[in-house]
Ligand binder design. Structure first.
Ligand code: FE
Ligand code: FE
Length: 198
C-alpha cells in the first residue's frame, strides 16, 4: 500500500476524533502493526484496521441507532439497550463506504473488535488485543502481563482478555452482547483442550 493512502485515511480520521480518541487510535494502529510483525500478518491490513476500528465511535447513541437504520444494518436487542456496541459494525460500514476499504478481512476485524467472535481470524485477534493493550490504556488490571503475553501466546492472551472483559461487564451490571459470551466460551474450550488447564 502506498504511504499516501494511509496518510489520507489518517487525516480524515483525525478530523473526526478528539485528541484522546485519536491517541488511542494511533496506539491501536501501531500495536496492531507490531503484533502483525510478530505473527506474520499483513502489516498494512493491521495498520488500516487499527486506524479505522473506532471510526464510528464519536456519534451519539441516538445517531448510531439512526445511522444503522438508515444503512439497514441489523440492530440486536443488546445493541438496542447499549448502542455503544454499534460502533463496531457501523465502523466497518463506514470503512467501506467513506474510506473505500473493501478488504473483507479488514472489515471483519473492525466488525468484531468489541465482542470478538468464535474462530477469529489472525487479524481479528490482533485488533481485538491491540485495542485492549495499546500503550494509552491504563485502567484494566494485569495489563503488564497481558502486554507481555500478547507477544508470546496470542490465543492465551485473547482468552485472558475475554475472561477479564466479561468479568468487568458482569461486575458493572452492563448489557452483555451474547457474542461476547459465545466468544469467551469458545476460547475457554480451545484453551482447555490445548493445555488441559482449567
Ligand atoms: Fe471500539
Ligand atoms: Fe478502540
Amino acid at each position: 500500500m502506498s504511504q499516501s493512502k494511509l496518510d489520507i485515511i489518517r487525516k480524515k480520521v483525525r478530523e473526526h476524533q478528539n485528541d484522546t480518541r485519536y491517541e488511542h487510535t494511533l496506539g491501536v494502529m501501531y500495536t496492531a502493526a507490531a503484533l502483525a510483525m510478530r505473527y506474520n500478518e499483513d502489516m498494512d491490513k493491521a495498520l488500516i484496521a487499527g486506524l479505522l476500528h473506532d471510526c464510528a465511535k464519536g456519534y451519539s447513541s441516538q445517531m448510531k441507532l439512526d445511522l444503522c437504520r438508515e444503512y439497514q444494518l441489523p440492530v440486536s436487542e443488546a445493541e438496542e439497550k447499549n448502542p455503544g456496541l454499534l460502533h463496531a459494525k457501523l465502523g466497518a460500514y463506514l470503512a467501506d463506504k467513506e474510506y473505500n476499504i473493501t478488504d473483507e478481512e479488514i472489515l471483519d476485524a473492525i466488525t468484531w473488535h468489541t465482542t470478538g467472535r468464535p474462530d477469529m481470524t489472525l487479524l481479528d485477534k490482533i485488533i481485538y488485543i491491540a485495542d485492549y493493550i495499546e500503550p494509552n490504556r491504563n485502567q484494566a488490571p494485569n495489563l503488564d502481563n497481558l502486554r507481555h503475553l500478547a507477544f508470546i501466546d496470542l490465543d492465551e492472551c485473547l482468552y485472558q482478555i475475554l475472561e477479564a472483559s466479561l468479568q468487568y461487564l458482569l461486575s458493572r451490571d452492563e448489557v452483555i452482547d451474547p457474542m461476547t459470551e459465545k466468544t469467551y466460551l469458545y476460547y475457554k474450550d480451545v484453551f482447555q483442550k490445548e493445555t488441559g488447564k482449567e
